[in-house]
Design a protein around this ligand. Structure first.
Ligand code: NAP
Length: 348
């Protein structure tokens, strides 16, 4: 049996242009998702649920005009690309399933029967789907029958026994957010979160509050009225503002008003829609930091926009991976009963 490449190059289908260098799986247009092929460095998973990236789910919902139409678009994308890699947003998501086969070169990583969630994006995970069984818009999850392949370098987590599997999947989807908040926030700072009432937004607020303690100031901006109310009820933020973060001037002015004209020390963008970059940048003080967790973020909008208005802020790209991120974020949810029950209501 062939070993296969640890980065997954063995599943990359070369680009149509023969002079193009072979891309890594995430950048590849297409992956070989043949469910019969076996490589000794891979783990094979019988997939039960896809947790679609929020920016991707929203784009597909808008394209279909109806959440149930997302299932057909997912099948189309996987049919074309051999992976759930949204060609519009460029993002993926992750999946939940049962290990059905383990290559001998990676036998220490998992055992047949383990229930796992992938922590590498679906945009680089070879996936074959036979059937879509259900679309659950509230959690951006799609139940399927399918097969996925995990490369030797791709992280995954065994599902914890004390949490509902769908809830664990939802939390693990955004597991990279809270650990970065822990690295970036210090006591006494002013922290701003855009899209604060969504999944990653709430986790960022919870972690920021943990870092700030009773000091500093935590402001959440959220456009969804129910989510804004639910965030407020958790008591994490000093202020929750129901507003559209695409209204850049309104965001800047509202944050200035709430911070005596100072602006935020650190801003986290957790929205699922494009067009919020400059709100985040203008609401942040000079030499502050803006962390773009949102996959709907445009690199050019941030870099050229900040330059254009002379904003001397550090622009940080949201790396979905941080050492120990899964355990960190699961622990954050376990230790806050109100947050945990809100997530159970929303995502299970
Ligand atoms: P989510 O639960 O859908 O949360 C996004 C929140 O932002 C929702 O409450 C949404 O309201 C709100 N929102 C949308 N447009 C807004 C606007 N114009 N102004 C203010 N609030 C707005 O999404 P999530 O799962 O937390 O994901 C958030 C972002 O992180 C997405 O862009 C996703 O792609 C990205 N992500 C990144 C990584 C990474 O590794 N960096 C991993 C996973 C996800 P509605 O519900 O009304 O839309």
């Amino acid at each position: 049996m062939e070993l296969g490449d640890p980065l997954g190059l063995h599943r990359v289908i070369p680009e149509a242009d023969p002079s193009a260098p072979l891309p890594l799986p995430q950048r590849a247009s297409r992956l070989d998702n043949d469910p019969q092929k076996r490589f000794a460095s891979e783990i094979v998973v019988e997939v039960s649920t896809l947790n679609i990236d929020a920016a991707s789910f929203r784009q597909m919902e808008e394209e279909a005009g109806d959440p149930q139409g997302v299932g057909a678009i997912v099948l189309r994308t996987i049919g074309h690309r051999g992976k759930q890699h949204n060609p519009v947003t460029g993002s993926g998501g992750m999946l939940l399933g049962r290990v059905s086969w383990v290559g001998e070169a990676v036998s220490e990583r998992a055992a047949v029967g383990d229930r796992i969630a992938t922590l590498a994006s679906l945009s680089l995970t070879p996936l074959h789907v036979e059937k879509v069984l259900a679309v659950r818009a509230a959690s951006a999850q799609v139940d399927v029958e399918g097969t996925a392949f995990i490369f030797a370098t791709a992280p995954f987590a065994k599902l914890p026994k004390d949490l509902n599997e769908r809830l664990a999947l939802a939390i693990l989807d955004v597991a990279g957010a809270a650990p970065q908040v822990a690295r970036l926030v210090a006591p006494k700072q002013t922290v701003l979160v855009l899209g604060a009432g969504g999944k990653s937004g709430i986790l960022c607020c919870a972690e920021a509050r943990r870092r700030l303690g009773k000091s500093g100031r935590l402001v959440g901006i959220e456009s969804h009225p129910t989510y804004a109310k639910e965030l407020n009820s958790l008591g994490l933020c000093d202020m929750v503002v129901e507003a559209d973060a695409r209204d850049v001037v309104a965001v800047r002015d509202r944050v200035a008003e709430l911070t005596e004209g100072e602006g935020a020390d650190v801003t986290f963008s957790c929205v699922n829609t494009p067009g919020c970059e400059m709100g985040a940048i203008l609401a942040t003080k000079d030499r502050g930091k803006v962390y773009f967790f949102a996959m709907s973020t445009s690199f050019t909008a941030c870099a050229l926009g900040a330059e254009g208005v002379g904003a001397d802020v550090d622009l940080l790209i949201g790396n979905g991976f941080a050492e120990g991120h899964a355990d960190h974020t699961l622990a954050l949810v376990r230790e806050d009963n109100r947050l945990r029950s809100l997530f159970e209501r929303r995502y299970t």
